[in-house]
Design a protein around this ligand. Structure first.
Ligand code: SF4
Length: 434
């Protein structure tokens, strides 16, 4: 979602006549989009501030702005922590950012600082994300489309509900208009975005759910061959969604369904609102509808109170589900979240050991699953040349597996059939067959 937000803000600035600078040294304006999800991400932002300060010392007219979740979280405190900053713009005020930058550059902001942090229940989502607002796209092949934002769940470790607010869906009319536009411009792969896409439609005047939205998208933009979505909450993923994934030709057979832990005791403390058994039932159902479909997930290891037995339950769940891939992180405390009241009693050393063990297991499972594809034929949409070799091209299958092939001919933007000839845990090697 941050990627789409950055793209949208870039579009706003281009519309106002700004141009991309070749480097931060040459820039007159630096907008830094930030993420609060993990402590590590925040520390990186604070780390970069020193470099920005030096740039500003050399070039006092340089305008530096912070946007995104850290802006929403820390608000005006940013000015005290980092006096070199001129602008702090929260997640609900993106559409104003161009005007605010202009005001600061023209010296009309009164004080040099501007800080629009709005209440989080944003009622202007269509202005911020709709086609009418921002048409700029950084890519010609793949597009990101925000369909809802915010989250009504309250997982105890998560800062997102406090930085992105409650769930708000865009009207289907606005989304469908955007999808038609993307279809007419030749986009091949569209990712629908939301913190919890499965609860799309909640609070809208129209009678529409996420599965219904996918059906409408298929009907109005059938030229787009690949539609993906992220992220789903296990509690809101259901049979109707799996049936639609199976039946609609453009919806890709890949589900990212974060589980976070395989232990019911940990899931309870995380307030995940699902149990291990419920999750496994959903996965079984998904596999029944889409036997060739792929699965990915997120895990947090070392959550407060996680015992060796809890961790073993996580490893066991990984084995049972056989995820194609998993994003695995150690727990880090986020100030202001309910989990800070729990004792962070797993040592950093132990968290790191569990992380390594879980990653090792996942690599073995990913390799096993990828090796099973050797000899099969896959439809691959080629996205780019590989960095290392001029004549090698990288693309994705419908199931989001990365495939690399050698070709003397430029493949970027092409959809081709590929025979898989070798496999590693993250990449498949193939040969063109069409
Ligand atoms: S479902 Fe939980 S983890 Fe996901 S955004 Fe909402 S609160 Fe955060």
């Amino acid at each position: 979602m941050n990627e789409r937000d950055s793209e949208a803000v870039t579009g706003i600035l281009f519309d106002k006549g700004y141009q991309a600078a070749a480097s931060t040294e040459e820039a007159d304006l630096i907008l830094y989009n930030t993420c609060s999800i993990r402590d590590h991400a925040e520390q990186k932002v604070f780390g970069r501030m020193g470099a920005f300060r030096k740039l500003k010392e050399k070039k006092p007219e340089l305008v530096i702005g912070i946007m995104g979740c850290m802006a929403q979280e820390h608000g005006e405190n940013f000015f005290k922590m980092n006096p070199e900053i001129d602008l702090v713009c929260g997640t609900g005020n993106l559409s104003q950012i161009g005007d605010l930058v202009e005001e600061i550059q023209r010296g009309r902001a009164g004080a040099r600082h501007a800080v629009p942090i709005q209440k989080l229940a944003i009622d202007r989502i269509d202005d911020d994300y709709g086609l009418d607002g921002i048409q700029y796209r950084a890519d010609k092949l793949k597009a990101l489309v925000t369909i809802m934002k915010g989250c009504d769940h309250r997982c105890t470790y998560c800062i997102v509900p406090y930085t992105r607010g409650v769930e708000i869906s865009r009207s289907s009319e606005s989304i469908l208009r955007e999808m038609k536009d993307l279809a007419s411009r030749g986009f091949q792969d569209v990712m629908l975005l939301g913190q919890n896409v499965n609860s799309y439609g909640k609070g809208l005047d129209e009678n529409m759910d996420f599965a219904g939205l996918l059906e409408k998208i298929q009907a109005v933009a059938p030229q787009i061959p690949r539609i993906r979505f992220i992220t789903s909450h296990p509690k809101d993923a259901h049979t109707r969604l799996f049936a639609v994934m199976r039946d609609l030709p453009s919806v890709c057979e890949h589900l990212h369904l974060p589980v976070q832990s395989g232990s019911n005791a940990v899931l309870r403390r995380m307030k995940r609102e699902h149990t291990r058994e419920w999750y496994l039932e959903q996965i079984e159902e998904y596999k029944r509808f889409l036997p060739q479909g792929s699965l990915s997930t997120d895990f947090i290891v070392g959550f407060p109170g996680e015992t060796e037995k809890d961790f073993a339950d996580t490893l066991d769940l990984m084995e049972k589900v056989e995820f194609d891939s998993a994003y695995i992180f150690t727990y880090s405390e986020r100030p202001g979240t309910p989990a800070t009241k729990l004792k962070d009693d797993v040592t950093e050393q132990e968290k790191s050991r569990r992380l390594q063990e879980a990653m090792k297991l996942q690599r073995a499972i990913s390799l096993r699953k990828n090796q099973a594809l050797i000899g099969t034929s896959q439809e691959v949409l080629f996205e780019s040349k590989t960095r290392r070799d001029e004549n090698r091209y990288g693309g994705r299958t419908r199931t989001y597996k990365r495939v690399v092939v050698s070709s003397a001919q430029d493949l970027v933007g092409q959809m081709r059939q590929v025979k898989i000839v070798a496999a590693a845990d993250e990449t498949l090697l193939g040969e063109l067959t069409s």
